[in-house]
Design a protein around this ligand. Structure first.
Ligand SMILES: NC(=O)c1ccc[n+]([C@@H]2O[C@H](COP(=O)([O-])OP(=O)(O)OC[C@H]3O[C@@H](n4cnc5c(N)ncnc54)[C@H](O)[C@@H]3O)[C@@H](O)[C@H]2O)c1
Length: 313
């Protein structure tokens, strides 16, 4: 049985990933911060796998080298998937140093240990935000990415460069995924779909930044998880791969879909665009398809219906 270390494994994407890995007979070591006001939420995320004998949960901080080195010392780890991060574009303007600390320095710690213990593959969760306001659509991994417009995006692009350096210098096999707006059950409360569903369902106003024409490539979490799991067996030294739905929709259209699913009408407050928000995200997923057989299976309409079903329960 092979062992996968998932940092940030009690988060939104991480908890779905751990679940899927366990189903596919991997032993899973989940590392997350479980000593803050989000602990209850994190424990709820992994509630249904806590009793699985192949699941091991550790409260550790990737920013503290000694905390995670002890895990590598006492376990034979085959793969590392680093999802732990400070997330959210807008908040990154308020506390950029916290983003750089976890998303660059914390990542550096994990890369160092993965190299030392010669793991078979290192997976890094980058983001579509590295494309900034890329004019060419869809966004391809070959596009120049020199115009990040938020500290979060800079931290993710820096993470990719760190991964490349470790891969080159230490013969570490690495895949950097650029995820495009991930949503689904247990989705982060700071994300638009979560906020809109909660507000529209309870009859509150929703704040819509911009005129509603900005577009996002919303990707259902199980599609992202399938892409990550497939990459564990990819034979390659270093790859950057988009994981998206490749079907962007406008913000106003997103609201209309949520209205239809909930059977309720939104009251919208239109506000000016926020700094750091890009106009469009649109993934070219041909590389993921070629290397990983990746084909997104869940349409936005179906995915939102699944999210609402989870939310109602
Ligand atoms: N959700 C998206 O739309 C999206 C898009 C692009 C990229 N990503 C990336 O995917 C990854 C997972 O995102 P998510 O949406 O599941 O976010 P999340 O916040 O739910 O999960 C991140 C987890 O990392 C943990 N964490 C943070 N700092 C840590 C530290 N120092 N040590 C240990 N654990 C720490 C958090 O407690 C959290 O559980 C992140 O790297 C994020 O940047 C997400």
């Amino acid at each position: 049985m092979e062992t996968v270390l998932v940092t940030g494994g009690a988060g939104f994407i991480g908890s779905h990933l751990c679940e899927s890995l366990l189903k596919q007979d991997y032993r899973v070591i989940c590392v997350d911060l479980l000593d803050n006001d989000l602990t209850e939420l994190k424990l709820r995320n992994v509630d249904n796998i806590l009793s699985n004998p192949n699941f091991f949960l550790y409260s550790k901080n990737i920013n503290i080298f000694e905390e995670i080195s002890s895990i590598f010392e006492s376990n034979q780890i085959d793969y590392v998937i680093n999802l732990a991060a400070k997330t959210g574009v807008r908040d990154s303007f308020l506390n950029p140093e916290l983003y750089f600390e976890t998303n660059i320095f914390g990542l550096f710690n994990v890369l160092k240990l993965a190299s030392k213990y010669k793991v078979k593959k290192f997976i890094f969760s980058s983001s579509s935000s590295v494309y900034g306001n890329n004019k060419k659509i869809p966004f391809s991994e070959n596009d120049l990415v020199e115009n990040q417009i938020s500290p979060y995006a800079v931290s993710k692009r820096s993470g990719e460069l760190l991964c490349k350096m470790f891969s080159d210098l230490n013969d570490l096999d690495v895949v950097c995924f650029r995820f495009f707006t991930v949503y689904g059950p247990r989705g982060r409360e700071d994300m638009a779909i979560s906020k809109f569903v909660r507000a529209i369902d309870s009859g509150e106003h929703i704040s819509l930044f911009g005129d509603g024409t900005s577009q996002r490539d919303y990707t259902y979490v199980s599609d992202i998880v399938d892409g990550i799991v497939a990459s564990l067996k990819l034979k390659s030294r270093f790859e950057i791969i988009n994981l998206g739905d490749s079907n962007p929709i406008t913000l106003i259209n997103l609201v209309r879909i949520i209205e239809r699913v909930l059977g309720k009408t939104a009251t919208i407050d239109f506000l000016s665009s926020q700094v750091g928000d890009v106009d469009v995200t649109f993934a070219d997923i041909s590389k993921a398809n070629k290397l990983l057989n990746y084909v997104p299976k869940v349409s936005v309409e179906t995915g939102i219906a699944k999210f609402v079903e989870w939310y109602k329960n």
